[in-house]
Design a protein around this ligand. Structure first.
Ligand SMILES: Cc1cc2nc3c(=O)[nH]c(=O)nc-3n(C[C@H](O)[C@H](O)[C@H](O)COP(=O)(O)O)c2cc1C
Length: 305
């Protein structure tokens, strides 16, 4: 009932753990059966290991959180040797999120990860707001983003999903530029560039001054962006941003998303994604009984114009 096809890959449902909020799935697999998820996106991977940013890394806000992790990760070779074999035992699809400091790093990173057995989809992260070189710098201007997508496309033998920044100059034009450069799907959004100030020290909370905002506070803006992008491209759109309940997830599906990702909500309730899967299943069953509509969350007729 919830089975979803995302650029040729069959997901058992459209609910995906968002990059950076689920590690490589190992810790959460001790808390619940992660095989109930549609897929897991890995933490952002770079060619070389990264220590991440100094100073405070997370900060709670009234309806969400800010983070400044700085792409801390063990590097692609450790991922391939240690984390990927473990992830492959978890019983769900694997999406490798790949970042980079410059074009060469992106290309080499994608080439290595794309060649690995067990990786189903590559999510190209051109939208991280918390690193000085690369990251979001590639996701603001359409021509810069298109040049990265074109270059990685040449070495990528797997479905390529490009993760967009809400800080892009024009998110719709950006999605179209990525599609034309060879993306098989787009996912959006990453976090919004934001600021918090400690009034006692009279300094920014984060060493980097700005950080990325996520959680329920961004949901209506993310939803609007997903709706706009879904009307402009012909490739699948994966909706991300403040999704915490099955009702939130349905809003994104009705706005045109093929699947959704959940990030911050998992920190509040580790099993939030399973609740979303359950809720979607119940909704489809009831809608089918009441209206006779196809009992599928991919029902195109449910999309808003
Ligand atoms: C602590 C934290 C770390 C994150 N790390 C990454 C990352 O490594 N790569 C990436 O593409 N997105 C990363 N993100 C962004 C999320 O995947 C997601 O796009 C964003 O948080 C919005 O979704 P949400 O409101 O459901 O959290 C991170 C988010 C958080 C909160």
């Amino acid at each position: 009932m919830l089975e979803t096809n995302l650029c040729g890959v069959t997901l058992k449902n459209p609910v995906i753990a968002a990059s950076g909020t689920f590690g490589f799935g190992a810790e959460y697999s001790q808390l619940f059966d992660v095989s109930g998820l549609g897929a897991i996106c890995t933490k952002g991977l770079t060619l070389h290991p990264r220590e991440g940013n100094p100073g405070l890394r997370v900060w709670e806000t009234p309806a969400g959180m800010m983070n400044s992790i700085g792409l801390q990760n063990p590097g692609i070779s450790v991922f391939l040797e240690r984390e990927l074999p473990r992830m492959r035992t978890l019983g769900t699809a694997i999406i490798a999120n790949v970042g980079g400091g410059d074009l060469e790093e992106y290309v080499e990173g994608v080439r290595l990860v794309s060649g690995a057995e067990g990786v189903d989809i590559i999510e190209l992260n051109i939208s991280c707001p918390n690193v000085h070189e690369g990251g979001m710098a590639f996701g603001i201007k359409c021509d810069v983003a298109a040049s990265v997508v074109t270059a990685v496309r040449r070495v990528c033998g797997k479905p390529l999903m490009v993760k967009l920044s809400p800080n892009a100059e024009d998110i719709t034009a950006m999605a179209v530029a990525c599609e034309q450069a060879g993306a098989d799907a787009v996912s959006l959004v990453n976090t919004f560039k934001a600021l918090a100030i400690d009034i006692h020290t009279r300094k920014p909370v984060f060493d980097n001054v700005t950080a990325g905002l996520s959680g329920p506070c961004i949901k209506p803006i993310a939803l609007r962006m997903v709706w706009e992008v879904a009307r402009a491209v012909h490739i699948p759109v994966v909706g991300i941003g403040g999704i915490a309940t099955w009702q939130d997830a349905l809003e994104f599906l009705m706005a045109g998303a093929t699947a959704i990702q959940v990030g911050t909500a998992t920190f509040v309730k580790p099993t939030a994604m399973l609740d979303i899967v359950d809720g979607l299943e119940r909704y489809c069953t009831v809608e089918h009984l009441v209206t006779g509509d196809s009992p599928s969350c991919c029902n195109i007729q449910w999309r808003i114009p």
